[in-house]
Design a protein around this ligand. Structure first.
Ligand code: FEO
Ligand code: CA
Ligand code: CA
Length: 629
């Protein structure tokens, strides 16, 4: 491994290294007595009107009681620490698509010694699968799936992960972005339909349009695009979403790590620091591709950090970056219709101490009606949580922020700070329950919340009892949920509680033991991916510490669990291979197959000893072929 090779680090770990930021903050320390009075230590995490919605399973903390009323159709499984996937008895899994697998028959097969060639990198299934959604196009099943980042140590095995020329950069750029692929179930199970006319790779070099309030703004103009309305590519595509009109939403997260300066004297423009854009990129792109050299193209980073809409039914369509949805480290996009037909999109900004957002369209969606303005003309809000279990969505307007509309769209983090939004423990996926008017957000962890650290955004990130972020040095994470006023996702007020506070009751006897619906049988940390199935069960995927030691003892590898929103019961359904994050979930049209993403596994997953590790989508089915969601 060369000095610059940080491919053994996840993006989150790498980003943390860019942000040491220790700084004493003057604040009133949280006292355990207050938490005890509030009921946290007795495991009650619901309060206010939200508690009325919760069943007695969570409040009583009785796993046995919850078991008796389980809605789960599976027998929970134990943790695992090995290099494969485990699912419950009566279920089977197998790979459907692996990094390097051809989407087109002209792609060269993956070579164990050299990886994927530069000529084929955008003709194969990309690296590090993440958020995905399934669509039906003319009766054919299509999966759109993100490729979040690359692992040069695996992708450039002949160079020990070192990026040494422009071809290396192009190879890596083409392994990221999005795959749109037709899949079909044959005698040997699900697989890619090679050469389908719906197959498409979208990479860091695919032309796309910029729309919304920031389109054409001087901060988005470059020498290659003086109009500021077209950009090449999307990157660090993390979570995803689906619009009511059947398009795919892909979310640009840690884009900052791709930009660097070849000029040591380059002075970073305003806005770089808050978005973590530093002097050196992670993979040397700036040395071989001037677009990523901030000293040559200082506005290029302003053109990333958005949500991109892709039409999976039209491979010739131009993807659209919608600036009205804000610029930050977008995790995913949970779109839902308000009762009056307005489109609501909930979003998280995955950085410690950043915010939760939602967008509400001005126009309404009608099936078959026009949709082109719905993600460009609307109002962006940031979430403010009160300690009395109420909250509000604060509109980010020129009046409330002192910023122009275009500036709000480009420097959304600053706009949310200006209105005093609540700093959060790294908002990851948002999920909206299809059978109840409620939303959930995974707050994955925040190792630097607390008195000794400033958050990345520059706002005090302090633990406050009865806030959605109640712990200092939050190593386990929690899931907050909210109920919009009047059962209307467009409403500007809500009530909230914590659905679960992850922890380890076998090790801790304080807040770190977690809430009452955490027990020795379902231990996990760092909830991240979340999707509801059609029956209203919440599927929770983790991206955390898989050491299985000390405070993480009994948690094993990263995993996927199912949660009952009503009883609070949470049970383990799937365990991932060593080193991996379980992320991305969707279903076949008949719900008889669950597609699950495995990101950055260690070798030998999935092909065996001595072979390259390959991030994969796997199918999970019941042996009796009954629905799995
Ligand atoms: Fe790409 Fe925040 O996970
Ligand atoms: Ca994630
Ligand atoms: Ca994560």
């Amino acid at each position: 491994m060369n000095d610059r090779d940080t491919s053994h680090l996840s993006w989150d770990e790498w980003d943390e290294l860019q942000r040491p930021a220790p700084e004493n903050i003057d604040f009133d320390r949280v006292v355990d007595e207050a938490l005890t009075r509030r009921g946290f230590l007795s495991g009650v995490v619901a309060f206010g009107s939200g508690a009325a919605v919760m069943g007695t399973g969570l409040l009583s903390g009785s796993s046995a009681q919850a078991q008796a009323t389980s809605r789960f159709g599976f027998t929970p499984i134990p943790i695992a620490t090995d290099s494969t996937i485990h699912v419950p008895d009566g279920y089977t899994w197998y790979p459907v698509a692996k990094w390097g697998e051809p989407l087109f028959s002209d792609a060269e097969p993956l070579d164990q010694a050299t990886g994927v060639s530069v000529a084929s990198a955008d003709r194969v299934f990309g690296e590090n699968t993440d958020g995905m959604e399934a669509f039906v196009v003319d009766g054919r099943q299509v999966i759109a799936v993100n490729h979040e980042y690359v692992n040069p140590g695996i992708n450039l095995p002949h160079q020990d992960g070192e990026v040494i020329n422009a071809d290396d950069v192009l190879t890596l750029q083409n392994m990221q972005g999005v795959t749109v692929m037709e899949v079909a179930e044959g005698d040997n199970g699900w697989g890619i339909v090679v050469d389908s006319d719906l197959n498409r790779r979208i990479t860091q070099n695919t032309p796309m349009a910029i729309t919304g309030p920031a389109a054409g703004h001087p901060l988005l103009q470059t020498a290659a695009d003086p109009a500021g309305t077209t950009v090449l590519g999307t990157m660090n595509n993390c979570g995803a979403g689906k619009t009511p009109w059947g398009t795919y939403l892909t979310c640009e997260e840690n884009f900052n790590g791709y930009f660097g300066s070849t000029d040591a004297d380059f002075a970073a423009p305003d806005g770089y620091a808050r978005y973590g854009i530093g002097a050196e990129s992670r993979y040397n792109y700036e040395k071989f591709d001037a677009r990523f050299d901030t000293s040559a193209n200082p506005n290029e980073p302003h053109r990333f950090g958005y949500i991109v809409e892709i039409d999976p039914a039209d491979p010739s369509s131009t993807p659209i970056k919608h600036t009205a949805l804000g610029r930050f480290k977008h995790e995913n996009a949970a779109a839902v219709l308000a009762p009056d037909g307005r489109v609501v999109v909930y979003m998280g900004d995955d950085e410690r101490g950043e915010f939760m957002y939602k967008y509400v369209s001005n126009g309404v969606y009608t099936p078959g009606g026009p949709t082109s303005e719905l993600l460009d003309d609307g109002q962006l809000y940031a979430a403010k949580f009160n300690t009395d279990a109420t909250g509000e969505w604060v509109a980010l307007t020129p009046e409330s922020t002192g910023m122009e509309a275009a500036e709000i769209a480009i420097f959304t983090r600053m706009a949310a700070s200006a209105v005093g939004a609540t700093t959060m423990d790294r908002p990851e996926w948002v999920a909206v329950n299809p059978v109840a008017v409620e939303g959930y957000c995974a707050l994955t962890n925040n190792s630097r919340r607390g008195p000794d650290f400033a958050n990345a955004g520059g706002d005090p990130a302090v633990a406050v009892p009865n806030s959605p972020n109640p712990r200092d040095a939050n190593r386990y994470g929690q899931i907050v949920r909210w109920w919009p006023a009047d059962d209307d996702h467009a409403a500007t007020t809500f009530t909230w509680d914590l659905y679960v506070m992850a922890g380890n009751p076998t090790v801790h006897d304080d807040l770190n033991k977690g809430s009452a619906n955490v027990n020795a049988g379902n231990l996990f940390n760092s909830p991240d991916g979340m999707m509801f199935d059609s029956t209203g069960l919440l599927w929770i995927q983790t991206d955390g510490d898989d050491s299985n030691e000390e405070g993480f003892a009994g948690m094993g590898n990263n995993q996927m669990l199912a949660g009952d929103p009503v009883t609070g019961q949470i049970e383990r359904f799937l365990t991932g291979p060593n080193g991996s994050e379980v992320t991305g979930l969707t279903w076949s049209a008949d719900k008889r197959t669950m597609f699950v993403g495995i990101q950055h596994p260690d070798a030998p997953f999935p092909d065996g000893e001595g072979l390259l590790a390959r991030s994969s989508i796997v199918a999970v089915k019941r042996d009796d072929n009954q629905p799995v969601g």
